[in-house]
Design a protein around this ligand. Structure first.
Ligand code: AVI
Length: 320
């Protein structure tokens, strides 16, 4: 089962094809064409992402796991007794599960757009950890959290690993942190994985690996869009580009036309000239102080951060 359990076939696009098509039309006809990175994650896209996390060049997953393993007891001490662990990057729940022995949560609440998918995953996990109450919750991170009353209110911990917060702009990331703060009481916490600024070479290698897995992941969005919007993208017409945008501290992924192409889909058509790009993802990289500022602006304080030995990645804990 892919770690990145966001397979779009089970997501909201499958249920609302007209909305997905309208969204694709708006983004492809914008002056600078773009596609939402949520369309990466069909069945194959989720598997390709899973493969990315195993690449030597893609350090975030490996390094974050190392930080969490090394500092799990410090983290647990800060969090305190029997938290209600709300996992916003749930996927197959493995990152959270690795912390269970140290954190000993009273309740584990994985959040995903598809609650059906989480229920399957939870069955196995519940057998492994019968002492933890588990409840899957379906929620979209872009709207305020509205948890059922069965989700405990004492010592909530929002867990958001994997640098997923980096796929939001800083303004969107702040809004998401504010939604976490609004759903927590004084003293509740967040535990968030954040990728750090580093050399352009290391960053670009992580998003343009020599085996071409990230290229396949990026190009696969076109096949998914073909299915969602009845589009006629030819994958061979496009080239994967990953570049660091120093003005915005972000890696950008684009698809660049290899020749002049006309693309048609059920909501419209567009001619792309040779070299023209479709922006598919931004992955923001932070300095400690910049992310700490976002946490403070969202109403969190008592911030603590752990790094790996190379200062490649950071795990933040902060209290509301
Ligand atoms: C899911 N997200 C945190 C990944 C990232 O690093 O921004 C997605 C990814 N895109 C290309 N490689 C990995």
């Amino acid at each position: 089962r892919p770690d990145r359990a966001r397979s779009a076939s089970r997501a909201e696009f499958a249920k609302h094809p007209d909305a997905a098509c309208a969204e694709i039309t708006a983004s492809l006809t914008a002056p600078r064409a773009w596609l939402s990175p949520k369309f990466f994650y069909d069945g194959l896209g989720s598997r390709l992402f899973d493969t990315i996390t195993a690449l030597p060049e893609y350090y975030p997953t490996r390094v974050e796991a190392e930080i969490l393993a090394t500092h799990q007891h410090d983290i647990a001490r800060r969090i305190g007794e029997r938290p209600v662990m709300i996992d916003l990057g749930a996927g197959n729940c493995q990152k959270a599960a690795r912390l269970f022995p140290a954190l000993r949560p009273a309740q584990y609440v994985p959040v995903d757009i598809s609650v059906e998918y989480l229920r399957d995953t939870l069955e196995g996990l519940q057998r492994q950890f019968p002492e933890i109450a588990m409840q899957a919750v379906g929620a979209d991170l872009s709207t305020p959290f509205d948890f059922p009353s069965t989700v405990g209110r004492d010592n909530r911990l929002f867990f958001y690993p994997g640098s997923s917060i980096g796929n939001f702009t800083p303004i969107e990331a702040l809004a998401l942190l504010q939604r976490m703060r609004a759903a927590s009481a004084r003293g509740d916490g967040v535990l968030i994985g954040v990728d750090l600024l580093k050399s352009v070479e290391t960053l670009e290698d992580a998003y343009d690996d020599p085996l071409g897995v990230t290229s396949a992941f990026n190009l696969n969005i076109l096949r998914h869009v073909n299915r969602l919007a009845g589009a006629d993208f030819e994958v061979g017409d496009w080239q994967h580009i990953a570049l660091f945008n120093a003005a915005h501290n972000r890696i950008e992924m684009h698809l660049q036309a290899r020749r002049d192409v006309t693309v048609t889909w059920s909501g419209g058509t567009r001619r792309f000239l040779h070299g023209e790009r479709i922006h598919t993802e931004s992955s923001y990289k932070y300095r400690d102080e910049d992310f700490a500022l976002l946490l403070e602006q969202a109403g969190f304080d008592d911030i603590c951060v752990w790094h790996d030995r190379q200062d490649a990645f950071a795990v933040f804990h902060a209290r509301g």
